[in-house]
Design a protein around this ligand. Sequence first.
Ligand code: NAD
Length: 350
Amino acid sequence: AEQNPLFDGAELAKATSDPAARAEALRREIEHHSYQYYALDAPTISDAAFDSLMRELREIEAAHPELVTASSPTQRVGGYVGEQFAPVVHERRMYSLDNAMDLDELDEWMERTAEACGGVLPPLCCELKIDGSSIALTYEDGVLVRAATRGDGTTGEDVTVNMRTVRDVPLRLREEARASIAPGVEALELRGEVYMPKKSFEALNAAAEEEGRAPFANPRNAAAGSLRQKDAAVTKMRDLSTFMYAIADDGALEVEGQWELLQWLRKAGFHVNPDVRLCTTAEEVRGFCRECLERRESLPYEIDGVVVKVNDFARQRAMGFTARAPRWAIAFKFPPEEKTTLLRDITVQV
Ligand code: NAD
């Protein structure tokens, strides 16, 4: 595995009581790992280890707001735009998600959300958090014209040719779904996740091992790496799938909320994850999270949590976004799986 040249420095800085030095060391460390992860699709530490670096930086910045810089990883979406693909400037930014690391943090978010909505918890749409790579698909007059990665949230990579090879992506929207498109709207940008099923991931890594190539660290990196291939024929062989769950501009469709949007996406021909629940109480949301955690192993694809979204689009608009994530949604993260903690010791594909 590649040794991180910054690691010792960061460890050293930890020993100092100077929060500015520690924050700077953490930023360098996080930048290094973000590059490995997003640009090379080859992380060298576990997600849990990465998340704890982010968490520590966030805590220092919360205690010392004067240390927050515009370029701090806490202030932006953590992607990367390579030179291999044409850049796509997103008309509407693509965001990340804020995390709740346990049910208490999820409760706190629900309390804040209820407060922001006049003291009453609004209906919440709960979905699986698919562990793949974000994708934006643009349809003009109902026809797929562009596919872009999230990149840094402002600019992504044009992966249209590669996404056309993904079999569950409709090249044309189904006619019966067209009636709900708002008058005068010509282009629709739909968003979701492209992922690699567990079985395909295992087969891919088994083949890599046989051929003496380095394996991918996890299905998410395998999906991102397979999507960002120079040769679309390679992407085609990689068995990628999608789950779609969002629209860039909710005013472009005559739907009122997330639940209805999911029904529309299904009608339009997209692959939509069936495990969703519209909840009206905090207890229902917690129950859904527990159920999903229990079923995690049995699913044919990897999930790393549950995304809880304020259902109503008008309410979402009123709540808005921070620099990196919507205020109207939260990712309840599952505890890391044992195997991912060993990452530092294995060789990953570059
Ligand atoms: P994230 O993956 O935690 O959450 C945001 C993403 O979730 C969205 O962009 C979207 O693509 C996805 N998503 C999946 N299902 C969704 C649904 N139903 N609704 C809405 N969104 C859904 O955030 P991120 O910014 O993409 O990446 C951070 C993650 O990457 C962390 O888990 C971190 O540990 C990992 N990471 C690891 C390393 C490392 O070195 N190991 C480095 C960088 C990042």
